[in-house]
Design a protein around this ligand. Structure first.
Ligand code: ZN
Length: 229
């Protein structure tokens, strides 16, 4: 693969050459700007998320594919790795400490666990009442989660892939310009069958999407030799 692909090329280049972990391509979908997305990634399969245009926050929740009461726990994940940021080697864990997915490739190096998902409520509090009509991640999660029988009651703290949320010495959180760039990739290996629920963040009031929400690409590969599921 050429190293000087234009941003638009990442949407059309063959999935086989973009997947961070090679294998048979099980799924290859573009998530439109501002849109939700979901799929079950089978144990052993690898999800590569491609930030097609750069600086795009990908808000993500994880549930057991067969048992939705198994769900990602930010608190347990942070405590067990002793780090609030995610990168290669990070294990995303459920409330009992069991591995759900493991980051096996990361071209950015820093992903947020504590910034949460934007909502109409947080937008109006932070940016003013005129933002109340704006689409937000919580609405994406509720709409897409409904396809799997999930409701607002099932929502937990989410991961923000590609979102840059530094913590200042005084404990204050920032949401600042991203570290990602067009074509940057991240790969997650499923340790159990995992329902991955995504909001391709529609936020336009802070730099998390460079003030311009853009599409991302989801590629699931099954490493050769993993057998049929
Ligand atoms: Zn958002």
């Amino acid at each position: 693969m050429s190293t000087d692909l234009a941003a638009t090329d990442f949407a059309t280049v063959a999935a086989e050459s973009l997947a961070l972990v090679p294998g048979d391509v099980i799924l290859d979908e573009i998530v439109a700007a501002r849109a939700p997305w979901s799929a079950i990634v089978a144990a052993g399969d690898v999800l590569t998320i491609v930030d097609l245009c750069g600086n795009q926050a990908v808000d993500t929740l994880f549930y057991g594919g067969a048992d939705h009461t198994v769900r990602y726990s930010a608190a347990v994940t942070i405590a067990m790795q002793g780090n609030i940021f995610l990168s290669a080697g990070s294990v995303l864990r459920d409330a009992d400490g069991a591995a759900m997915m493991t980051i096996v490739g990361d071209e950015v190096g820093n992903h947020d666990t504590i910034g949460g998902a934007c909502s109409q409520e947080s937008n109006t509090l932070r940016y003013g009442h005129q933002t109340k009509h704006q689409h937000a991640c919580v609405e994406n999660f509720i709409g897409e989660g409904a396809r799997w029988g999930l409701t607002k009651r099932d929502m937990v703290s989410n991961v923000n892939f590609y979102m840059n949320v530094p913590v200042d010495p005084d404990g204050a959180l920032g949401i600042v310009d991203g570290l990602s760039a067009p074509g940057k990739r991240l790969a997650l290996r499923a340790d159990i069958d995992t329902l991955v629920l995504v909001s391709n963040c529609p936020q336009i009031n802070n730099p998390c999407n460079g003030f311009d929400p853009t599409p991302v690409r989801m590629i699931v590969t099954r490493p050769v030799g993993a057998g049929s599921k």
